[in-house]
Design a protein around this ligand. Sequence first.
Ligand SMILES: Nc1nc2c(ncn2[C@@H]2O[C@H](COP(=O)(O)OP(=O)(O)OP(=O)(O)O)[C@@H](O)[C@H]2O)c(=O)[nH]1
Ligand SMILES: [Mg+2]
Length: 251
Amino acid sequence: MKKGFYLLVKEMIRKSDIVLEVLDARMPELTRIRDIESYAKSVGRPLIIVVNKSDIISRAALEKIREGYSGLEACIVSSKKPHNIRELLIRIKQKSSRQKIRVAVIGYPNTGKSSLINRLSAHGKAKTGTESGTTKGMQLISGKGNLMLFDSPGIVPFQDRDSIRLGLVAGVSPEKLKDADIVAMELIRIFKNSNPGAMEKAYGVDASLDPYDILLEIGKNMKFLRKKAEIDERRTAVHILTDWHKGKIRL
Ligand SMILES: Nc1nc2c(ncn2[C@@H]2O[C@H](COP(=O)(O)OP(=O)(O)OP(=O)(O)O)[C@@H](O)[C@H]2O)c(=O)[nH]1
Ligand SMILES: [Mg+2]
């Protein structure tokens, strides 16, 4: 990300009447950008936290988010299903009395900003994609009713650029990760704690093993082998992370 990008996002926020911060429901706290929340507050722009992808989390996880975000201005939606989009639209309109409401849509890469914009717009013009970095520049799109929507490329806060976090939240595509195996093991650890059954079901592995052994077992089951029948750990890791980003394995 270019250094000037933050400045551009800030300018976009100043030009807007309201800010939507889009989070990934699978990792809402990891995808929050506190700097942007503080900035919006400092320039007096109301901010709604939009927890997106609610269709791919369990009821229990959904309930946890509901409780955790009850004190905040937050709306839990799915841009895919779609779900709760109308409620979000009503909330936006309550926040501004302007004729045309300009809405800045910001967030981590791949959280579904463009997909959400397409739900909020009449013709769905924003480009979306499974790879992070789909949206390249700022784009102004006319929305339903009296909305004007600013789409933007995903923001990765400078202090968050460690590869594990980036890999988990799809800030970087799995193929481009230097240490895909480490990120995949972190993901396996999360599954072990929260939903071991999902991993057992998806890959036919014993979730009571150590994360590294689970990774190897998955590689073996997938027949991801290198010469001398060695398991290709990287290929296995990329495969697991891709499944995760595409929502094929769910917490
Ligand atoms: N299951 C599910 N998938 C979603 C949802 N919203 C978006 N996605 C998927 O998430 C991926 C990223 O969506 P985009 O809308 O391109 O995300 P973005 O935040 O604009 O991404 P960048 O422009 O790369 O920062 C795509 O594969 C979408 O289909 C949702 O509510 N549920
Ligand atoms: Mg986008």
